[in-house]
Design a protein around this ligand. Structure first.
Ligand code: TYM
Length: 334
């Protein structure tokens, strides 16, 4: 059975971007042809400083968010990366395959390191090798992600190809990115040229999965837009990134095409569109926020679910890791 893998960092509160670009699609992919394996990537999160108590809380929050968004820990394997040691081991093996230059070219590294590239953690530079390890330790063939992860997935393909070539094997699949739908790049509510992000200093730029109905409505009301009426089709939104973003969010929330949404709002302004968007956003998000709170009321149960997920993940990962060591000439304990 083919396998789908994806992960989310527990490095801050999750946003509507994470929900529409990732979590909602993770849930939708369950029960299909492929087995679904979903991971909270805490080892990635600690490539930048995380307060330990806060990190523990956010790992559980991320687990609650997965389940609240519809990821079923029976249908999918849902677990925490650091509890399955194969990820860190495979990442080391890949550190010997990947080239340093590949890492320096990553735009996410350049953005995060800024002018300070000599002083960031070594883990931040090696981050994509760990990500390749996440995926390839399950021999996953498809990875649903938002647009911002595309370059990392290309590097995963490069690592798989170089490993297969260097060792003369056909061991790792060349993974396909699944970057599909209208919400693969949800933009900031304050600036249509920046993606919605948990690390944006302005809270008004994003909708958090923990925002209540009033906050969501207020953020949408205050979202930056232009003064023109809406066109009947998306072609008419070409140079209007903020308007385009709000229409895309609407369409992703209601599982429609942007054209279908615009057909209803043609000729109307944001005075009419924003309240309608706030309504569909609250309707979609309120049950998720409520279920998250319910899960978080019982942290011991979350820990038990993650432990069970880690056992299942281990069972898939260990034989693939062992085989990788064999190929590389490492001796295993008899
Ligand atoms: P992370 O934690 O930044 O984001 C998790 C997922 O949410 C998507 N996403 C968005 N989608 C649409 N619009 C947005 N504004 C938006 N913001 C975030 C991301 O594309 C991602 O799919 N490196 C990864 C985590 C990771 C991973 C993996 C992913 C580690 N190992 C293996 C896939 C497979 C990351 O930092 O995602």
């Amino acid at each position: 059975r083919p396998r789908i893998f994806s992960g989310i960092q527990p490095s801050g509160g999750l946003t509507l971007g994470n929900y529409l670009g990732a979590l909602k699609r993770f849930a939708a992919l369950q029960g299909g042809e492929a087995e679904t394996v979903y991971c909270i990537v805490d080892l990635h999160a600690i490539t930048v400083w995380q307060d330990p108590e806060g990190l523990r809380q956010r790992i559980r929050e991320a687990a609650a968010a997965f389940m609240a968004a519809g990821v079923d820990p029976e249908q999918s394997v849902l677990f925490n990366q650091s509890q399955v040691s194969a990820h860190a081991e495979m990442a080391w093996l890949f550190n010997t395959v990947a080239r340093v230059g590949w890492m320096y070219r990553m735009t996410q590294f350049k953005d995060k390191a800024g002018k300070n590239a000599e002083n960031v953690s070594l883990g931040l530079l090696a981050y994509p090798a760990l990500m390749a390890a996440d995926i390839l330790t399950y021999q996953a063939t498809a990875v649903p992600v938002g647009e911002d992860q595309k370059q990392h997935l290309e590097l995963t393909r490069d690592i798989a190809a170089k490993f297969n070539h260097d060792y003369g094997v056909n061991h790792f699949p060349i993974t396909e990115p699944l970057i599909e739908g209208v919400a693969t790049r949800v933009m900031s509510l304050r600036d249509g040229s920046k993606k919605m992000s948990k690390s944006d200093p302005s809270d008004a730029s994003r909708i958090n999965l923990t925002d209540d109905a009033d906050t969501i409505a207020q953020k949408i009301r205050k979202a930056r837009t232009d003064a023109d009426p809406l066109p009947g089709q998306v072609d008419g939104l070409k140079d209007r990134p903020e308007a385009r973003n709000l229409v895309n969010i609407f369409a992703a929330l209601t599982d429609e095409t942007p054209d279908a949404v615009l057909a209803r709002f043609e000729g109307q302004g944001f005075g009419a569109f924003k309240p309608a968007l706030a309504e569909v956003a609250v309707e979609a998000m309120a049950p998720i926020t409520r279920r998250m709170t319910e899960y978080l009321a019982d942290p011991a149960q979350i820990d038990a679910i993650l432990a069970r997920g880690a056992d299942r993940a281990d069972a898939i990962a260990t034989p693939i890791l062992d085989r990788t060591k064999d190929i590389m000439g490492l001796l295993r304990r008899p």
